[in-house]
Design a protein around this ligand. Structure first.
Ligand code: GAP
Length: 457
């Protein structure tokens, strides 16, 4: 499938089937902001639940946190975000439109690794680079990406606040609270899922580059001597997760980030890139943040943020390995990996989402073959109640004919459709259709629950 066609199809399906809508669409939309619709919300929640199961519930060394989105200026000054969380911005001198200077230079084949703002301005002049609208460009300047707000009615600087640009800082500023309340032994981690905000200069590519985004992050606190081993361990955990959540592993590439391109706090970073239809770009990052953040918060808050080893008695500032995973980019990569088109045995063309059952919005759809035969509807309702109580996300679908229901359930990624028909009263069985193959088999009422327990495991 053509790359452009694939993204178009996924965007259209997402809107038409209730996964993802443009935010504020009724009023013309908001750039870089999206709403998750009824099925997108379930998909998102299922991914979060799977992430928490893998990284928190199945482990003994991980604590979950839900820290505030609003953060005070002092904490984000300490972390370096107030001073340095910025991108290079350049203005089209005719239209006034603003662009990422590094992106414009890279699109023109110019390497910007390690270049200062002044050097980027020079490169634009030297290579006579124009804006995408073919107009001259101005000076490159720094643009801070944080969204500012203020608290209360007072306008003094103490009321200045920000929407957090990453969930990570909420973890660092709670380090002491977690150590004092939970008494963990190093190594241990703190995991958090939540919204973050970045005033991206050019939000684009559907839910790839957003201004309101959601992150799933872990700050893993370690003894500094162990960082290389632990970094490698998290690299493998992230690969395992990518596979578990249903991302096409043949489209994943690991990239070692050079020193010049690493964030100021990182001594080593690997990006996990995904082959999106609009190019191979970052999906996740794994960074060795050293003790940078805890040291900075210690300095600015004048509060000791140490760890005292109960066995050796050694007191030190823990170092941190950070697996950071964007939730929206996960959803985009999952949808792009799952989207398939084929022709079934009866010649019918269809598209479907081959989502792993664990994250599919509905696990099973239950239907009566016809709507006007009470005994069929009654039996189907009974099956629906039984499966819903066992498997939760089971949907009732009696819209249109059975063929149309199959097409709809295929498109939203429901792994199984169950239909009660006339024969069900003869053989005590119902028909179960598999989304991926389109094939049907008859399963006895008595075996239904155990059948699906095995299939949905
Ligand atoms: N705490 C580290 C951190 O925030 P980052 O590379 O800036 O590092 C981590 O972001 C992840 O968050 C990215 O790998 C990506 O998945 C996601 N992400 C970052 N900016 C994003 C944006 N504007 N829109 C959507 N996802 C974004």
């Amino acid at each position: 499938m053509e790359h452009d066609a694939l993204i178009e199809k996924v965007v259209t399906l997402s809107k038409n089937r209730g996964f993802i809508f443009r935010a504020n669409e009724l009023y013309g939309g908001l750039a870089g902001v999206y709403d998750y619709g009824p099925l997108g919300s379930i998909l998102k929640n299922n991914i979060k639940a799977l992430w928490i199961k893998k990284f928190v519930e199945e482990r003994e060394d991980m604590f979950l946190l839900d820290s505030a989105i609003i953060m005070g200026e002092n904490a984000l000054t300490a972390s370096g975000h107030v001073g340095g969380f910025s991108d290079p911005l350049v203005k089209d001198l005719v239209s006034g439109k603003e662009y990422r200077a590094d992106h414009i230079l890279e699109e023109n084949g110019i390497n910007v690794e390690g270049k200062t703002l002044e050097e980027m301005t020079e490169l634009i002049k030297e290579h006579k680079i124009l804006s995408p609208e073919k107009n001259p460009l101005g000076e490159v300047r720094e643009f801070n990406l944080m969204l500012k707000t203020s608290l209360g009615s007072s306008s003094d600087s103490s009321s200045q606040a920000y929407l957090r640009p990453e969930t990570a800082q909420g973890i660092f500023i709670n380090y002491k609270n977690i150590v004092d309340s939970m008494h963990p032994k190093i190594p241990f981690g703190v995991a958090q899922i939540g919204k973050a905000y970045r005033n991206e200069i050019t939000p684009r590519n559907f839910i790839f580059r957003l201004r309101e985004l959601e992150q799933m992050e872990i700050e893993y606190f370690i003894h500094p001597s162990e960082w290389e081993k632990i970094f490698e361990y998290w690299r493998e955990e992230m690969l395992e997760w990518l596979e578990l959540v249903g991302i096409d592993m043949s489209k994943i590439h690991e990239v070692e980030i050079s020193e010049q391109d690493r964030a100021h706090y990182s001594k080593r970073t690997i990006d996990f890139e995904f082959e999106y239809p609009f190019g191979t770009k970052e999906l996740y990052g794994l960074a060795y943040r050293t003790d940078y953040d805890l040291k900075k918060h210690e300095e600015f808050s004048k509060t000791k943020l140490h760890y005292q080893d109960p066995l050796s008695g050694e007191s030190y500032t823990p170092h941190v390995v950070e697996p950071s995973m964007g939730l929206d980019r996960t959803i985009l990569a999952v949808l792009l990996s799952a989207y398939k088109e084929d022709t079934l045995g009866d010649g019918a063309e269809r598209s479907y989402l081959a989502l792993p059952p664990q994250i599919a919005p509905y696990k099973i759809a239950v239907s009566p073959l016809v709507k006007n035969k009470d005994h069929i509807v009654e039996k189907a309702r009974e099956v629906f109640g039984l499966l819903k109580s066992e498997f939760g996300n089971v949907t009732w679908d009696d819209n249109g004919n059975v063929g149309k229901r199959y097409r709809r359930q295929d498109e939203i990624g429901t792994p199984f459709c169950v239909v009660v028909d006339y024969d069900s009263f003869e053989d005590n069985k119902i028909s179960v259709r598999d989304r991926n193959t389109g094939e049907q088999e008859r399963v006895s009422f008595d075996d239904l629950v155990s059948y699906f327990k095995e299939k949905l495991a």
